[in-house]
Design a protein around this ligand. Structure first.
Ligand code: DGY
Length: 325
């Protein structure tokens, strides 16, 4: 008998076709959001799930799904999943590292460039019919080339962001829980500094740390004050890493120059005060959203799930303790 699996959100046809070779698949192609209750109902008789960061997988849900063996997130981040609770119940958790590094780094760069050169503000000015001619001081931006880029979180995506800085002849500073290997520092021409030094020296501060209790409000009022008044903050990692209320105040008061945000606290709801500010570029969590990348993410999650259910040893296992049992 094939294992029963639930795919909680819309995926590409090839993902479902692949899963159907090995599993009895229940899907949600209409993409009707599943409330926690609905998710619990649909998951209670399943062996596994391909899920998304919009699904909260916690102890309460797990308690009602005794047959569940694996939850496979279509994301590299997995802060929607209570990994400790999964581990306690022997449920494998997987993510999709690697396949989205470049797309996410590209988006961080899109935010760097669009904030520095005021692209969305300039476009609105043109679309609103305000463009009356050329002026020397029109929509003045700041240079990206030869500026100092500070990256907090130097994992795979942080490194992909740093690689792209070479083309702009930037100085690259980074801060990370652990210093990366000297050959990586050399290849990226990146200098390890304390978080404080990075905040004080960088023209662009880009956040690329996973969200956790330790990184909650990693950037708040005190950190924003340490940044240059001319500096720009980019958050393309997770909402909650930045204290959004403090950031709004800093942007409104000119504590920093601008911000580019792909993620928000409590998204998809976000603080409406952001909409009043011209010096912020706002996009709706599209960091990994290129067609090729999203196809690869969905397929990686599906392959993780099939491997989990057929071999008990899936790639990208976040809680390897479960495998050892
Ligand atoms: C991730 O992979 O964690 C992304 O945020 C999903 O878009």
């Amino acid at each position: 008998m094939k294992p029963k699996v639930l795919v909680t959100r819309e995926v590409f046809d090839e993902t479902l076709e692949y899963l159907a070779q090995y599993c009895e698949v229940e899907s949600n192609q209409p993409d009707a959001p599943l409330s926690p209750q609905r998710l619990a109902e649909r998951l209670k008789d399943k062996d596994g799930a391909v899920c998304a960061l919009t699904d909260r997988i916690d102890e309460q849900l797990l308690a009602g799904c005794p047959g569940l063996k694996a939850v496979c997130n279509i994301a590299v981040g997995y802060n929607n999943i209570d990994v400790a609770a999964c581990t306690a119940r022997g449920v494998m958790v997987t993510n999709t590292p690697g396949v989205l590094d470049d797309a996410t780094a590209d988006l961080a760069w899109a935010l760097i460039l669009s904030t520095a050169r005021r692209i969305t503000e300039a476009e609105a000015y043109l679309r609103n019919g305000e463009w009356k001619g050329w002026y020397l001081k029109q929509l003045l931006g700041v240079n990206v080339h030869r500026a100092t880029l500070g990256i907090i979180g130097m994992g795979r995506i942080g490194q992909a962001i740093a690689r792209r800085a070479a083309g702009f002849e930037m100085r690259v500073l980074y801060h990370n829980r652990r210093r990366v290997a000297p050959e990586i520092e050399q290849r990226l021409n990146a200098t390890y500094v304390s978080k404080e030094e990075l905040l004080e020296r960088s023209d662009f501060v880009v956040l690329q740390v996973p969200y956790s209790a330790e990184t909650h409000h990693l950037i708040g009022a005190a950190e924003l004050k340490k940044m240059k008044r001319s500096a720009i903050l980019v958050n393309s990692t997770r909402g909650g890493v930045v204290d959004d209320a403090a950031l709004i105040e800093a942007l409104a008061n000119g504590t920093i120059r601008a911000a580019g945000l792909d993620v928000f606290e409590n998204e998809p709801r976000f603080n409406p005060e952001f909409l009043k500010l011209k010096n912020v570029v706002l996009v709706p969590h599209i960091g990994s959203s290129t067609e090729a990348t999203r196809r690869a993410m969905a397929m990686t999650a599906a392959k993780n799930l099939v491997a989990a259910l057929t071999t008990g040893d899936p790639p990208n296992l976040v809680n390897p303790e479960v495998r050892k049992r």
